[in-house]
Design a binder for this molecule. Sequence first.
Ligand code: SF4
Length: 456
Amino acid sequence: MRILFLRPKPSDKTIGLQHVMLVEPLELEVLASFVSSVDSPVIIDMILEKKSIEHIINTEKPEILCVSGYITNVPAMIRYCRVGKRMIPGIITIVGGVHCEVCPEDLNDKSIDYRVVRNATIVFPQLLEHIKGKRDLPKGILKPGEYCSPAELPPFNFYFPVPDRSLTTRYRKKYFYIFHNRIALIKTAFGCPYVCNFCFCREITQGAYYERNLDEVIDELISLKEKDIYIVDDDFLTSRIRVKRFIEASRSANLDKHYLIYGRADFIVKNPDIIRDFRSIGLRTVIVGFESFSDHELRRYEKNIDAKTNEEAMEVLNVNNIDCYATIILPPDWGKEEFAQCKDKLRKLGIHYVNLQPLTPLPGTGLEVTDKSLIIPYSDFSRWDLAHVTMRPEKMSVADYYKNIIKLYNSVLFQPKFLMDYIKKYNVFMLWKMIKGSLMVWRQYMAKIKEAKQNA
Ligand code: SF4
């Protein structure tokens, strides 16, 4: 069977961080690994393709079309399936991904034959058997118009085969993450043991947490050609023992990689020796969800970390010459003063790179809001990108709020004293790529200011 796997292109309405970070579609490589020995699957990354969906479908002529994406991709996922149905009578369409798993009703469209909502790595091969008429439809899959409560779904199963990365060979040189060029992704654990109330990640596994066997992980790392590795666990720094074992195993395997990981500030502060050791085997960057430098806000987010710990974590990273990509949440009650305080703190702590996320009440998280406080309706999926301001600012206009976001970005990202550091650590090409990418994002924010003024 000819199976086409599609990674959607973001809508023009989405503030597209793909200008500064674009990584391989790991979930599609995982699913394609089940069929690559018998069928001829194709993965098309629509972010990198210049051709239209109509052209792709006409060229590939798939019998089965599989699309996976996030909340911002919902309209594109539905559109691709509609185009597929229109162009190829009899085509079978399947959608999945984290948003489909948490909110399958958003993808309930008659052009979509199957929505995968639980244990994709188990039920996907079973679904293909079902399509071939060899078995019943497995549990964990919905047909159009069907609904099922989480309680009716099978228990989580985190089986994870080795992804078939050969199917993205033609794109691989283009994958990067900020200053990490030609980066490969690897997943070593699922879920997160913490319960921060704004976080969508923990909803995906509904609190369940599972770690892959480290020997398997090391074998997969050995097979990767790329030197830069992005470990996409929601939090790689959960257990001192596991991280220590990972470092030892990497050393024994003589791995020569540069790692980018997610980690919490409290682990970094409690385990400076592990961080130092990890640096010696290639840890280059930690994405730290600081969220805030105010104890009051951190309590509100149920982060279970205080502001002092966030500051101490930066000291540990700075001492070890490890880059930090910080994430800060911007709540709607911030005024000019809070933006200014945040700028001072980020600069004082030596944070070079920051992702500013307006507080976004994604479905399934613990953030309850009334429809009145939303300025972007939930159904406008493309704008729920963690960059748009979705909740009405309380102390300034929406346009001014966007202006403050841009000002804060500019004052942290473009500090002249760090430009030379970037060139020394990476190279002029990467710096130029980042400046160009940041300018594209900046232009999108300027368009938001104009739009907000028109809508005021
Ligand atoms: S914000 Fe980070 S630590 Fe908190 S629940 Fe989400 S992934 Fe876990």
